[in-house]
Design a protein around this ligand. Structure first.
Ligand code: ZN
Length: 217
């Protein structure tokens, strides 16, 4: 678990000033309501700040690797832990909102961050079989496979959304994880795995704190 904490969950502990929290909260609120992040002009109007101030905050969030914009269009493509582009991990919240999570751990974190029950729809990275995990009242209520594992790399390179996140995946069983490791020996030695039930308490704690820090729960 130590590696998980120092890589993925690290951002849940990062320091954010009040302007950063305010902008992030507004971005998440708009994504929840409209399925897309607000423009700079919309943020400026809602938060009654200058565009210069908003841009400064967005730039800082990007430097902190919390938010990522498209190099071409400059639109926000991810804001940790949500991806605005489809990923393998779809989180269906109890209020009907759908999010794509940046990685398997983020998918488990999202219900805790927003203090909602949710169903995670993902797949085994090896056999591509559908994996579902139901989080109810912050606990794992049901899971499609009894032996779900999560693999994650130890090293976090920036931007995580493009480097480390795509590698943090679910496996339907320990044997499928082992088969994947044999086929990916270079990767396998640079990461670690844990059983879903073992990884979950830390994920729950970290993303609960993250949601509290931004004021989302
Ligand atoms: Zn599998």
């Amino acid at each position: 678990m130590r590696e998980n904490k120092s890589t993925k969950a690290e951002r849940g502990r990062c320091e954010l000033n009040s302007s950063e929290k305010e902008v992030m909260k507004q971005i998440f609120t708009e994504i929840m309501s409209f399925g897309k992040p607000p423009t700079i002009a919309e943020l400026q109007a809602t938060l009654k700040k200058s565009s210069g101030d908003i841009i400064k905050v967005i730039n800082t969030l990007e430097e902190k690797d919390i938010l990522l914009r498209s190099k071409e269009t400059k639109e926000v493509v991810s804001i940790y832990p949500i991806s605005l582009r489809p990923t393998e991990h779809l989180v269906v919240m109890s209020d009907g909102t759908n999010f794509f999570a940046m990685c398997a751990m983020d998918a488990l974190g999202i219900p805790n961050m927003f203090n909602q029950s949710a169903t995670i729809n993902s797949q085994c990275e090896w056999c591509k079989q559908k994996i579902t995990i139901e989080i109810d009242d912050a606990e794992i209520k049901s899971q499609s496979h009894s032996d779900i594992h999560i693999w994650s790399p130890q090293e976090r390179k920036i931007p995580a959304a493009e480097t480390c996140c795509p590698l943090v995946n679910f496996f339907c069983s320990h044997s499928h994880l082992e088969e994947w490791k044999i086929k990916n020996p270079d990767l396998a030695e640079k990461g670690h795995s844990s059983l879903l039930e073992q990884a979950y308490p830390c994920i729950k704690e970290c993303w609960t704190r993250y949601g509290e820090m931004i004021g989302l729960r």
